[in-house]
Design a binder for this molecule. Sequence first.
Ligand code: 5AD
Ligand code: SF4
Length: 474
Amino acid sequence: MEQINYEEIKTLENGSKLVGDLEFPKRKVWVKTYGCQMNYHDTERILSHLEPLNFSLTSRQEEADLLLFNTCAIRDLANQKFYSHLGNTKHQKKQKEVKVAAGGCIAQTESKELLKKYPQLDFAFGTDVVDNIGEMVYRAYAGDKKFAVTSWDRADNYSIQTKITHGSPQAFVNIIKGCDKFCSYCIVPFTRGREKSRSVAEIVNDVARLVQYQGIQEVTLLGQNVNSFGKKNGESLAQLIMELEKITGLEIIRYTTSHPYDISDELIEVHGKSKKLANHLHLPVQSGSNTVLQRMLRQYSIEHYLERLDALRKANPHIVLSTDIIAGFPNETQQEHEATLELLDKAQYDFIYSYNYSARKGTKASRMRDILTKEIRGRRLREIQAHQLKIQEKVRASMVGKTYRVLVEGKGTMKGEVKWKGRTNCFRIVHFRPETLDQDYLWHWVDLKITSATALSCQGEIIRDYGKRVTPIQ
Ligand code: 5AD
Ligand code: SF4
């Protein structure tokens, strides 16, 4: 089968679907996703293609007919978790007829090795072919075994439609894929390939459709380096945001992830003038030391980075900033490490994601001589995290007494008490107690007055409930 024609799929009297000449009875699919938002978004796309083939999602691995792994290669820890989980599927395969497939970043570069090493694996597929999962599943059920698909014979442009399989008003929208930066430690350019952007016109149509027909009110524009969006065809992220701004019913626009080198003056200006762009920016710095940044091939200096933060804060005084840090880059000196602690003092981030450096095969950094021990790396990471927590405590304390508009995302029980959880426009999670227990706030907009805030948790009380729309739609 070359390409499934989804419109031609028939439902038979016994509830099966007829796809080409193959019957697909009702089956269950279980998916394990590792890694970044891009991977979670890819999983959603995968599921949207499997539904027409009669698959429904299950969270119970033991009852599934098809097991899918969407893998991440960014650090060794993610690899190890996947290998051990995949290893365990051997037993399940012995007990019942189950197909096992691995996709994502590890599968993109290591599909052949994976198929050889894990006999239980039926097929492997790369990051570029998630939209062809239907064809691959068809092939597997038609009897094909141990195949790998990492590219699909298709035109080179990047044109997709966003698929939604959930009922929430928040959507992730891919705008660019791949990365041309080749930071010396990073595997992404090898697993996701070169940068390819969608067009502004296509994305605007896509988002307008999501807002109008699927109730989407918040979009996160996704890419490995969204600041390079449109460069190859004379468009820009700033331009895209100002176009999306015009869509009635769309309330919040976010984007991630950014590279500091490409944050243009034009984009900073948009942070000042856009009414819908969120008051939050995640701007990965990786290290506070210029010499480490050079070895990382990051293309900017700390002075330039801090100047960009200043400009962002001038453009939008409400903006909240966060970052990524890698502790223990090869041969990082104590002095270079301390420069990162100093940077945290200067930048005053709301939160950070921090990781120990992990050598990735094929990258430049993996070939660097490295005398740091695991212990030194671990200690430096803990120091960075402890230092940030103290800063975070102060940054968050300044929220107390202020009122924030929050989109409620769910509820949970904390210390025996029911609490709802929402996210501010500036990306902070706030918990609040319902006025009455049977009140359902899910996906409501509410105003919350912050009553207490520590480095890791924030509590508020409800001031106003707007219901599911904060601005009425004509
Ligand atoms: N080791 C540790 N952290 C890494 N990251 C990317 N590659 C590596 C690596 N080899 C981190 C960076 C990036 C985040 C997504 O993952 O901080 O911003
Ligand atoms: Fe990796 Fe980001 Fe650097 Fe691209 S910009 S190579 S994705 S760290």
